[in-house]
Design a protein around this ligand. Structure first.
Ligand code: PLP
Ligand code: MN
Length: 373
C-alpha cells in the first residue's frame, strides 16, 4: 500500500497565505519587541526576570528570553522542564508543588544537570524532596510558597513558613532559596488602577513575611512571583526580586482586554491562522479552527485586525464567524485569530510557524506540549 506522508505545515521562505491551517503563527518582530520591553523594564528596576515556560512550552522561546537577560525560566511541571534542559536551559524553577516520590526523584535527577528549584507548602513535600535529593546525590532549591490572596496553593503568613524552614534545614541537600508569592486572578482585572491597587496589597502581604523572617535572622534570597498583568507594579514593589511573567511574549485576547497605560504594554504576537472552508449558509462563514485548535476557557478568540469580523461559536473543528461591519470573508480566505488564552492553546500544537514581515522564517517545535506530568 502506498504510504501517505503529511506535508510540512509550512516551509521557510513561504508567504503567510501559503501555510496550511490551522497553524499557530508568531510575528517575530512583535514577539521580540515584547521580550525586549519586559527585559528592559526588569533591568531598569533591578529585578530579575524568570519568564514562565508554561506559556510557550518552546525551547527556542526560552533561549530567546535568556539571550536577552532572563536568569532562567519557570515551569509548572517537572516533565515540562525536560525538553528545556535538553535544549540547554541551565536554571529552572518549578513554580508549583509536587507530592509524589517518582516526581521528586525525576526532579532530583534533573538537578544533576541543571540548577533546579521547586515550591513547598507542607512538610510532607519537604521530606520527599529531601529523600529524593539524597538518593540522587543532587542539591535542590526550595521555595516556600505563601498565599498572598489568590487562595490556591501556599501557606499563610510567617506562622505557616517557620515549620517548613525547620524541616528544610533537616535535609542537607535541600537549600532554602526564598519565597514564592503569586496572585493569578488579579492579573486579569481589567482596570489598570484596580490591578495596581490589588498588586500593591498582594506585594505588601509578601513584604510582611519577608520582614518577619528577617526579624528572626532569616534572609529570603529571592522573592519570586508576578505575571504579565502585574509585572509593572511588582517591579516597583520593592518586595519581588524576580518576576515570572509568561503570556507577555505572545499576548492573548484575554490579556489584550486589560486596560493599560503607556508604561508597559505588549503587542499581540501569536495568532492562529485558519481558513474559511464553508460559506454555504447565509449570514455566517465557517473556519477550520475550533476547540481542537484553540481553547475557550478565557472566552472566544478575537479576529485580527479587530472590528470587522467576530468569532461567534466554536465546535470541535469548526468556528462560526459573523460580520460586524462589511462583508463576510470569502471561501478559501485565510483569517488570523487571537487566541483567548495562549497557554492551553499552545499546548494543542506541535509547532509554531515564525514569520517576519509576512514570510516564514522558522518552525519552532513546541517540545513540552502535552507534558503535564
Ligand atoms: N507564575 C505562576 C505560578 C503562574 O501560575 C502563572 C500563570 O498562571 C505565571 C507565573 C505567569 O503568568 P502569566 O502567563 O499570566 O504572565
Ligand atoms: Mn495563562
Amino acid at each position: 500500500m502506498k504510504h501517505l506522508t503529511l506535508p510540512p505545515i509550512a516551509s521557510a521562505g513561504q508567504p503567510l497565505a501559503a501555510i496550511d491551517t490551522p497553524a499557530l503563527v508568531l510575528d517575530l518582530d512583535a514577539f521580540e519587541r515584547n521580550l525586549d520591553r519586559l527585559q528592559a523594564a526588569a533591568d531598569a528596576a533591578g529585578v530579575k526576570l524568570r519568564p514562565h515556560g508554561k506559556a510557550h512550552k518552546t525551547p527556542a522561546v526560552a533561549l530567546a528570553q535568556i539571550a536577552r537577560g532572563a536568569v532562567g525560566i519557570c515551569c509548572q511541571k517537572v516533565s515540562e522542564a525536560l525538553p528545556f534542559i535538553e535544549a540547554g536551559v541551565a536554571d529552572i524553577h518549578i513554580s508549583n508543588e509536587i507530592a509524589s516520590l517518582p516526581k521528586a526523584a525525576l526532579l532530583a535527577q534533573a538537578a544533576l544537570v541543571a540548577r533546579m528549584s521547586v515550591c513547598v507548602d507542607d512538610i510532607v513535600q519537604v521530606d520527599m524532596l529531601g529523600q529524593a535529593a539524597a538518593q540522587a546525590g543532587s542539591r535542590l532549591g526550595v521555595f516556600v510558597e505563601i498565599d498572598i490572596g489568590h487562595g490556591r496553593c501556599g501557606v499563610t503568613g510567617i506562622e505557616g513558613v517557620l515549620p517548613l524552614l525547620d524541616r528544610i534545614a533537616r535535609h542537607p541537600q535541600l537549600e532554602f532559596r526564598g519565597l514564592q508569592a503569586y496572585h493569578g486572578t488579579l492579573q486579569h482585572l481589567r482596570s489598570h488602577a484596580e490591578r495596581r491597587e490589588r498588586s500593591a496589597r498582594a506585594a505588601a502581604r509578601a513584604g510582611e513575611v519577608v520582614l518577619a523572617l528577617e526579624a528572626r535572622g532569616v534572609r529570603c534570597g529571592t522573592v519570586t512571583g508576578g505575571g504579565s498583568g502585574s509585572a509593572e507594579f511588582d517591579f516597583a514593589s520593592g518586595v519581588f526580586t524576580e518576576i515570572q511573567a509568561g503570556s507577555y511574549a505572545f499576548m492573548d485576547r484575554d490579556y489584550g482586554d486589560n486596560e493599560y497605560t503607556d508604561t508597559l504594554r505588549f503587542e499581540h504576537a501569536m495568532f492562529l491562522a485558519c481558513t474559511v472552508m464553508s460559506t454555504a449558509a447565509k449570514g455566517h462563514a465557517v473556519v477550520d479552527a475550533g476547540l481542537k485548535s484553540l481553547t475557550t476557557d478565557s472566552g472566544l478568540p478575537g479576529i485580527w485586525p479587530p472590528g470587522r469580523l467576530r468569532y461567534h461559536q466554536a465546535s470541535d473543528e469548526h468556528g462560526v464567524v459573523h460580520a460586524i461591519d462589511g462583508p463576510l470573508p470569502a471561501l478559501g480566505q485565510q483569517l488570523l485569530l487571537v487566541p483567548g488564552h495562549c497557554d492551553p492553546t499552545i499546548n494543542l500544537h506541535d509547532q509554531i510557524v515564525c514569520l517576519r514581515a509576512g514570510v516564514v522564517e522558522a518552525l519552532w517545535p513546541v517540545s513540552s506540549r502535552g507534558l503535564s506530568r
